[in-house]
Design a protein around this ligand. Structure first.
Ligand code: ATP
Ligand code: MG
Length: 560
């Protein structure tokens, strides 16, 4: 697990929500208390969009010395399960946030929510309605036309109480009745046209089992749960703006001791990805990716497995800020935050991704130079690693060209190059198999160039290498963006048509021996290639699997 976040950066520019909270604290509202919550529905894994909400809710609590609850908004049992609950808890912790002893479920309040519904019925503010969903839709009206009252709207309180109790006791089939709030069928805000607050669903629930066959609706549940937990500021995304009058109406009728303030902010949207749980689930169900934790997924578990650091994600959320207008953030910004963090924290190592054998014809077969290379160019505290240098080596196939394009600084026939941290070599002969493929290079080694410049000439190129017999075979999974269209959702056709077919290429690579005992989730930079991370699930001692986290440079920016 990562280090918990205990402070938030003071350099963050103040956002409109914090301005509002400053005013509340100054005026003594809520006795100066700040209490937020992060309310995921356990119907999928969390994604990077949720990280924005997590950082905002938990970050706000930290900033104001307040509290933040984790609350599962679990009113839809047919779509929810415990696997999602567990994964969500793990992701929030991994990001570095702590709900302490405040883990709640909306389902903890089902009894209380039922009582509140009975109170509304007794006040003449809720009624049992027998319209089918189709009829209810017709009665609801449109943006330009008012709705029509349900024929059941004037049912007596006694009848409503009786029917609601029977709904609860399981007498009726799914959909036979709903409980609706009695507000205003002519309201310009359609959310106030007698919204459904309870529906019948004979469905097992992951927390309450078979106790209930009626389930409260989100809008009704959310405000009451917030009030019961003493939430002061209920932060949610902009699509709930039109629901705020219902949030306030419900609490006003019930007179609960606390009336939280709902504040809306813009969702995070990122290009080259999709971010709705429905679509992410579809990718999983249709096996277009390898599950929710696939390193190409924008889920927090996928990003973790890919090698993202919690700090990179938190920094990104801070950088995009919190505003009231929806916008699309470049995925390059996220990748920038990732590279920044990894550049500072990832030790360096060499790994040859597409091995090509090199034999140093003049280097004695019995000789081994044990070289000491620093693990980090700017952080001596990370120490050194040992790499044996031997007569037979591997370099990357892409670092050799017989007919070099202009500006090529690596190895060419008859050309010289420095092997990283070691000698200068010169390619003397190219060896081929019977079909003409290059199988190895015979090179000479300038034995006078270890830690020294070449005499009388300049050798600019530096390439990485590993010792042939001592290198460790590793699997390297080269990941790329899952979609090759900047707006997979908005493009013509289905978003699934925009899946990048080359988003995973598996290589059999050779790594320097110092990596042999890399634990799971070990992050490092393969010099000249990118940042890599051992796979959390598949990497084992003796059979290491490295995932490409991100290349050293943004290759997508160059293509555009
Ligand atoms: P999705 O639309 O991806 O299925 P959701 O909003 O239905 O997401 P919830 O589990 O209800 O998912 O979300 C929990 C919290 O995270 C909510 O407060 C929601 O507003 C917030 N959230 C979800 N997606 C984003 C996003 N892209 N940016 C910021 N906050 C988000
Ligand atoms: Mg939701």
């Amino acid at each position: 697990m990562s280090e918990p976040v205990s402070t938030i950066s003071s350099s963050t520019p103040i956002n409109f929500i914090h301005q509002l909270i400053n005013d509340d604290v100054a005026s003594g509202k809520n006795q100066g208390r700040v209490h937020t919550r992060f309310p995921p529905e356990p119907n999928g894994y969390l994604h990077i969009g949720h990280a924005k909400s997590i950082c905002l809710n938990f970050g706000t609590a930290l900033k104001y010395n307040g509290l933040c609850n984790l609350r599962f908004d679990d009113t839809n049992p047919e779509k929810e399960n415990l696997e999602y609950v567990e994964s969500i808890k793990a992701s929030v912790k991994w990001l570095g946030f702590d709900w302490q002893d405040r883990l709640f479920y909306a389902s903890d309040y089902f009894d209380k929510l039922y009582e509140c519904a009975v109170t509304l019925i007794k006040q003449g503010k809720a009624y049992v309605c027998s319209l089918t969903p189709e009829q209810a839709r017709l009665y609801r009206g449109t943006l330009t036309e008012p709705g029509q009252p349900s024929p059941d709207r004037e049912r007596t309180i006694a009848d409503n109480l009786d029917l609601f109790a029977r709904m609860k006791s399981g007498e009726f089939a799914d959909g036979a009745y709903t409980l609706r709030a009695k507000i205003d069928m002519a309201s310009p805000n359609i959310n106030l046209r007698d919204p459904v607050i309870y529906r019948i669903r004979h469905q097992h629930h992951h927390q309450t089992g078979d106790k209930w066959c009626i389930y409260p609706m989100y809008d009704y549940t959310h405000c009451i749960s917030d009030a019961l937990e003493g939430i002061t500021h209920s932060l949610c995304t902009l699509e709930f703006e039109d629901h705020r009058p219902l949030y306030d109406w419900t609490l006003d009728q019930l007179g609960l001791p606390c009336h939280p303030q709902q504040i809306e902010f813009a969702r995070l949207n990122i290009n080259y990805t999709v971010m709705s749980k429905r679509k992410l689930k579809q990718l999983v169900d249709e096996k277009l990716v390898n599950g929710w934790t696939d390193p190409r997924m924008p889920t927090l578990e996928g990003m973790r497995r890919r090698g993202y650091t919690p700090a990179a994600i938190r920094n990104f959320c801070e950088m995009v800020g919190v505003t009231k207008s929806n916008s699309l953030v470049e995925v390059g910004q996220l990748e920038y935050c990732l590279r920044e963090d990894l550049d500072a924290t990832a030790p360096r190592a060499m790994c040859v991704l597409r091995p090509l054998k090199v034999v140093l014809t003049n280097y004695p077969a019995a000789q081994t130079d044990v070289l000491h290379l620093s693990r980090h160019p700017k952080d001596a505290g990370m120490g050194e690693r040992e790499i044996p240098f031997t007569r037979e080596l591997y370099i990357d196939r892409n670092d050799f060209e017989e007919v070099p394009p202009p500006g090529f600084k690596r190895l060419t026939t008859g050309g010289e190059v420095r092997l990283r941290g070691a000698y200068i070599i010169k390619c003397e002969q190219v060896i081929r198999d019977s079909s003409g493929n290059i199988t190895e290079l015979h090179c000479s080694c300038d034995m006078n160039t270890l830690g020294k410049n070449a005499e009388g000439r300049k050798v600019k190129g530096v390439i990485h290498w590993v010792p042939a017999q001592l290198a460790i075979p590793v699997e390297v999974r080269m990941y790329d963006r899952l979609f090759d269209h900047p707006a997979p959702d908005a493009a013509e056709g289905d978003y699934r048509d925009n899946i990048n077919r080359n988003s995973l290429v598996v290589l059999k690579a050779l790594a320097e021996p110092s990596l042999a005992n890399s634990p799971a989730e070990f992050r490092c930079q393969f010099e000249r290639e990118g940042y890599f991370c051992t796979d959390r699930f598949d990497s084992k001692p003796g059979a290491l699997v490295f995932n490409l986290t991100i290349g050293l440079k943004d290759t997508w920016a160059r293509q555009q």
